[in-house]
Design a binder for this molecule. Structure first.
Ligand code: MV4
Length: 461
């Protein structure tokens, strides 16, 4: 059993982890940068240690400083949250060497799934469907042209060190392919220090549906159904929901079984997410596995009643899973909107600064995960997400109606936010019909007049 945990993160997820620890009777140590002294996670933690200046690479990404804090405060575990060091295999390995439980899978597992070509091979080996593509990495242009021609255009070139949309290029024919292949390799080398790429058939207008899993250190694996995360802009998710309005019960079962199969084959442990692309026929294909807790985990918590962050901590402490597969049911529909300090009127540019007035929605069926408050100053150094609203109810319609009224209740002054933009989507008939694919926002922006979603600081009726 873990007695004290260091939370190697900031913002709403740091607060989320503090809350889980308090309920479990685990002591908390928060580390923070000079820009986050006033943040709620620092104020609510049992102990807090400043680890450096505002810039992430001088604080939240500094493994040695975080490990020093862990030694000084004598913690038995480190929870990395998401982003920062959460999927850094070297950091997880350093934790293992220091005999500190990293709340996540082993460093070897993080390394395996961090290599997106290897992850694909592992999925294929576990008989989980993958998109037709190259067998592993291709380095030679001529060889790549041969493979691309065999797959059939359009093809997508992906960096093995990429993921989450970074380092991808699409080619529609042989001529552009050669150029894009060379560009992709150079770009990947620059961005990741690893130029290796692989090929896949390019799927047009897929849905992004991911399966949440939990695995303990004793070989037990369960899935907690899916989240539909198709509504994204430039690979940033905006709205997530569960269950997916697109999946039949039969597909849901098949995808869940595949996710469990892969986790078992990889001897996975702790929380993880298996991402699939789903085409219009309902065929699904593995693309990546995320070896961390994700931003949108709360949606799954609200439909199943399982506290995923608590389970992560219990698993890391060596406990057996509290649930068997048959215990996990879809009890409700839940939907999440990410509230970001950004201005839809200026191409979604970040909008740091002081929140002069803050009132968050509440009432039946509404959950807010946020670290901000009136008078809080949003630092310019980090992600622009300031709050997550999750609404839930017996049906999708009820969850959507609740989201509409919750977004209407928000009062945020001093900065611009994407709240009206999200609300316009929630009210959009195409979204309501459950028709959104990963192309949805691009199409929405071309279809809907700007004044439907441009932020004014006035309440909308
Ligand atoms: C694809 C694809 C189409 N075909 N792979 C983007 C993020 C990364 N996780 C994988 N991504 C994609 N991979 C093939 N073979 C389209 C995307 C993609 C996408 C995926 C999920 C959500 C939004 C997206 C937006 C653009 C492209």
């Amino acid at each position: 059993m873990i007695k004290k945990v260091l939370i190697a993160n900031r913002g709403e997820i740091a607060l989320r982890i503090v809350r889980a620890c308090h309920e479990l009777g685990i002591k908390t140590l928060c580390v923070y940068s000079e820009a986050d002294e006033q943040s709620l996670h620092v104020q609510l933690a049992d102990e807090a240690i400043c680890i450096g200046p505002a810039a992430s690479n001088l604080s939240y990404l500094k493994a040695d400083r975080i490990l020093s804090a862990a030694e000084i405060a004598n913690v038995d575990a480190i929870h990395p949250g998401y982003g920062f060091l959460a999927e850094n295999a070297d950091f997880a390995e350093q934790c293992e060497r220091c005999n500190i439980q990293f709340v996540g899978p082993s460093s070897q597992t993080i390394r395996d799934f961090g290599d997106k070509a290897r992850a694909r091979e592992m999925a294929a080996a576990a008989k989980v469907p993958t998109i037709p593509g190259s067998q592993g990495v291709i380095r030679d242009v001529n060889e790549a042209v041969k493979v691309a021609t065999k797959i059939g255009f359009p093809v997508i070139i992906k960096a093995v060190a990429g993921g989450g949309g970074k380092g991808m290029r699409v080619a529609h024919n042989k001529v552009t392919f050669q150029r894009e292949f060379v560009n992709a390799r150079n770009e990947a080398e620059k961005a990741f220090g690893n130029g290796d790429v692989y090929l896949e058939k390019f799927l047009e207008n897929p849905r992004h549906i991911e399966i949440q899993i939990l695995a303990d250190h004793h070989g037990n694996v369960i899935h907690l159904f899916e989240r539909d995360c198709s509504v994204q802009r430039r690979h940033q998710k905006l709205i997530e929901e569960a269950p997916s309005p697109f999946l039949s019960d039969d597909m849901r079962k098949k995808m869940g079984r595949c996710a469990v199969k892969l986790a078992q084959a990889a001897k996975y442990r702790n929380a993880g997410t298996i991402e699939f692309l789903v085409d219009k026929h309902g065929d699904f294909y593995f693309i990546e596995m995320n070896t961390r807790i994700q931003v949108e985990h709360g949606v799954t918590e609200e439909i199943t009643g399982v506290d995923l962050v608590k389970e992560q901590l219990l698993i890391a402490g060596g406990a057996k899973l509290n649930y068997e597969q048959k215990d996990i049911k879809i009890l409700r529909h839940a939907i999440e909107c990410r509230v970001c300090a950004e201005d839809p009127g200026r191409n979604f540019a970040p909008c740091p600064g002081e929140i002069t007035l803050y009132y968050a929605p509440g009432g039946h069926g509404v959950r807010i995960d946020s670290h901000v408050y009136g008078g809080y100053v949003i630092p310019s150094h980090y992600d622009s997400m300031i709050s997550k609203v999750i609404t839930f109810g017996r049906t999708r319609e009820l969850a959507l109606d609740r989201m509409d009224r919750a977004l209407r209740e928000y009062l945020i002054r001093g900065i611009q936010t994407n709240i009206h933009f999200s609300r316009a989507i929630i009210r959009d008939p195409i979204f309501r019909e459950g028709k959104a694919t990963t192309k949805y926002i691009e199409e929405f922006l071309n279809r809907v007049p700007r004044d439907m979603y441009i932020t004014t600081n006035d309440r909308q009726p």
